[in-house]
Write a new protein. Structure first.
Length: 426
């Protein structure tokens, strides 16, 4: 009973959906804090939690597992440099580029942004970076800017040598980059978050929304929209793009980068009614389906599949080309936020093709977006079983293990991904 109350408090205060990380992970954090406080009865701990701001912050620090590293998803930073040089700078030659990183965790992301902008040729005086996190413990480490080798996984040695000094305490970030980031304690789930702050050109908010409950997701997206200037870019995680489908944010996906541009109001932002929609699925792949004819929407996924694919309900065996369309339709439905229907079509496809790596990958991504993390992990594992070198499936599973607090399993997966990356370089 007391744990349920604590879960409800986490939901009301920071928007955390207990299903997103699992009740076991929350219970583990609670009992760790109880041990640290010398409390053996959970009801007594709940009483302490309700009257102690310090204990509340300590519990949040224990529940939140800040897994991050420098230049995580390097394609996003390459896209950032390209955007700044080709689009922002020509329009604002003397302007100040305003960037927000939230949550910033222990600082690797905002410092990566600062380094990327320096390497793009911007002057530090033309860069303003705000980095926000709810955890004071994380912010304290970020401001120290001393990191272990683990924060550099996947990056070249030259990157460390250029911007860090190796010491017995760890790798110290150079003062020039440190001075470029302004760290702030804040709660993105608060509707008044950064209410009096000037608008940002770029916002990085990756792999956070999927851990919020539905109400907090909607409220947070409204906050992110408010913080962006017109034509500004929002970077989110692969499993989060479907959440933005009915907003004024338009996908500008390139390769595996997941970014959305805020509409200026002049274009048609009702993307599902665009005359030639370039559908973007949560898998990070471009698809252009269902745009040859307008189809009525029905809630029953069976009829959706039959109408869109023109498949007779009496015929359970699908031709190869229709099987492919079935998977593409599942991607399109996921992109529209129709997740239950997407799961149904993924399973229909797998009934016909039980060795499809891509189908298990898509199914896992949709299940993760639905906070069905255990099922998602099983789907990613099946994809990896079928194709052991599938880096996207390995990456999704590693991130999922991290957020579930299973650092050992995540670390093994990251080592495996790193070996695959090195092999491709030779």
């Amino acid at each position: 009973m007391a744990q349920s109350v604590i879960e409800a408090l986490l939901k009301s205060k920071i928007g955390l959906d207990a299903n997103s990380i699992g009740a076991e992970a929350i219970a583990s954090a609670i009992y760790q804090r109880m041990a640290d406080c010398g409390i053996t009865d959970i009801a007594h701990y709940l009483g302490k939690l309700q009257v102690s701001t310090q204990e509340w912050e300590a519990l949040i620090d224990t529940v939140i597992v800040p897994e991050t590293w420098f230049f995580r998803e390097p394609e996003s930073f390459a896209f950032l440099k390209h955007y700044v040089l080709s689009e922002w700078l020509p329009k604002n030659p003397q302007g100040v580029l305003r960037v927000l990183s939230v949550p910033c965790a222990t600082g690797e992301e905002p410092y990566s942004i600062a380094i990327a902008l320096l390497e793009a040729g911007l002057n530090p005086t033309n860069i303003h970076i705000d980095a926000v996190d709810i955890s004071n413990k994380c912010l304290s480490k970020a401001q120290r800017a001393i990191y272990s080798q683990y924060s550099f996984r996947g990056n070249s040695q030259s990157f460390q040598e250029c911007y860090f000094q190796a010491t017995k305490a760890g790798y110290h970030l150079c003062e020039q980059v440190k001075s470029m980031v302004n760290f702030i304690n804040g709660n993105l789930a608060d509707p008044a978050f950064l209410a009096d702050t000037p608008l940002y050109d770029l916002v990085f908010c990756r792999n956070l929304l999927i851990y919020f409950d539905v109400t907090t997701k909607e409220r947070t997206i409204q906050v992110l929209e408010r913080l962006l200037r017109p034509e500004g870019l929002l970077f989110v995680g692969h499993a989060e793009t479907w959440l933005l489908f009915k907003t004024q944010l338009i996908s500008v996906r390139q390769d595996s980068v997941v970014a959305h541009r805020k509409s200026t109001g002049g274009e048609n932002v009702r993307k599902n009614h665009h005359p030639n929609p370039q559908r973007q699925s949560i898998t990070g792949k471009n698809i252009d389906v269902l745009n040859k004819r307008h189809l009525p929407k029905k809630n029953n996924s069976k009829f959706v599949a039959q109408e869109r694919l023109n498949v007779a309900p009496q015929n359970p065996i699908l031709p190869i080309e229709l099987k492919v369309n079935l998977l593409e339709t599942a991607r399109a439905l996921a992109d529209e936020g129709r997740l239950d229907e997407a799961v149904k079509l993924c399973n229909d496809y797998l009934n016909q093709n039980q060795v499809s790596t891509e189908a298990y990958l898509l199914l896992g991504q949709v299940q993760q977006a639905m906070a069905q993390n255990e099922r998602a992990a099983q789907s990613f594992q099946k994809a990896i079983y079928l194709q052991p070198t599938h880096q996207e499936a390995l990456t999704h599973l590693a991130l999922l293990k991290e957020h579930q607090g299973n650092a050992d399993s995540a670390n093994l997966l990251w080592q495996r991904i790193h070996r695959l990356t090195k092999d491709k370089q030779f």
